[in-house]
Design a protein around this ligand. Structure first.
Ligand code: PMP
Length: 324
């Protein structure tokens, strides 16, 4: 679907996957005016097709649009586009356990003009790809490098928007972490360089004593949909979640006192990713003896069970896609 300043959004269409023509001066190439979303479609054992909280992705898409001076997309129309597109391609949704169809909606500035001002033309596209099981060999903890040289985002910047530049800003640290054998980067805040923000594509939770703590939404981290689901689910189990500033020193102290019980990341790709090790300036901590914690395992089972239509959905999170 295309946008022109004088016509608004127009011409929605479904086309076979193919390369697109772009003007070399399109603003997205030069000024990074673009945003995206990520969600998954699941096939149930009895053949139904489910999306997990897609309305939340579309709300976030428009919050990202707003921050990047991109015009709003009609959320009902976008949901209908998701429905039609997934149903057209439903044969691509894999059947094997743990697999799904990854869906990537995105908007980018197409106006061919080299002036720094919001574009007057955009494209909204949705592409999809089957994805294998994140945990083909069972859920297992990851090792994380805590970044202290580079910064991903600061409050007032674009950290809370799902925009390309945030991910480009993270590549250097990701490379450094991989070279040292770590699969993920944990970002600290850009001002004090000590408050925990989030992991590359996940929000993070820490079980300290009898509480679960996660960084508050401070304007520089992404409001993850899995994060919100985990907070609601833990609440329904009677586990209180504190959303507050949490420094890396507090975490290391809690570990020394034996109060850091478990840690996990949350995001669409892995759903729940237990954290077994953190390395901050060559100080290493092993969390929960490097094993998957009790809450991580339970959250993973319950959330993936709801997403795949295998467990009851008391929160009304799942949307079944039906033909008309
Ligand atoms: N933070 C960032 C930077 C991300 O890219 C993602 C993945 N979308 C998340 C957190 C987790 O968000 P969600 O649970 O909505 O996938």
């Amino acid at each position: 679907m295309d946008y022109d300043a004088d016509k608004g959004w127009h011409s929605p269409q479904i086309l076979p996957y193919q390369p697109i023509m772009m003007d070399p001066a399109a603003k997205v190439f030069h000024y990074g005016q673009t945003i995206f979303e990520g969600l998954k479609a699941y096939r149930t054992a009895d053949g139904r097709i489910l999306l997990f909280r897609p309305q939340q992705n579309l709300k976030r898409l428009n919050r990202s649009n707003e921050r990047m001076s991109i015009p709003d997309v009609d959320e009902e129309l976008a949901l209908e586009a998701l429905r039609q597109l997934v149903l057209v391609d439903q044969d691509w949704i894999p059947r094997e356990e743990g697999t799904s169809l990854y869906i990537r909606p995105y908007v980018f500035a197409t106006e061919p003009l080299l002036g720094v001002a919001p574009s007057r033309q955009y494209k909204f596209m949705i592409i999809m790809s089957p994805v294998g099981s994140y945990y083909a060999e069972g859920i297992h903890p990851v090792r994380i490098h805590v970044e202290s040289e580079y910064v991903r985002a600061v409050a007032g910047g674009v950290g809370q928007a799902k925009t390309a530049g945030n991910y480009a800003a993270g590549l250097k640290a990701q490379e450094k972490a991989s070279e040292q054998g770590y699969s993920q980067v944990l970002w600290l805040d850009g001002v004090h360089r000590k408050y925990i923000e989030e992991v590359g594509s996940m929000n993070v939770f820490f079980r300290i004593g009898d509480k679960v703590v996660t960084p508050e939404l401070n304007g520089s981290i992404l409001a993850g949909i899995t994060r919100d689901s985990v907070i609601q689910m833990l609440g329904s189990w009677g586990v209180e979640v504190e959303q507050r500033r949490l420094s890396i020193e507090e975490l290391f102290e809690a570990q020394e006192q034996g109060r850091l019980v478990e840690a996990f990341g949350t995001g669409t790709a892995a759903v729940i990713s237990p954290v077994g090790e953190l390395n901050w300036e060559n100080r290493k901590i092993i969390i929960g003896e490097g094993r998957t914690g009790e809450l991580s395992a339970r959250l993973y089972n319950e959330l993936t069970g709801i997403q795949r239509g295998e467990l009851a959905d008391p929160f009304g999170w799942v949307l079944e896609l039906k033909g008309t």
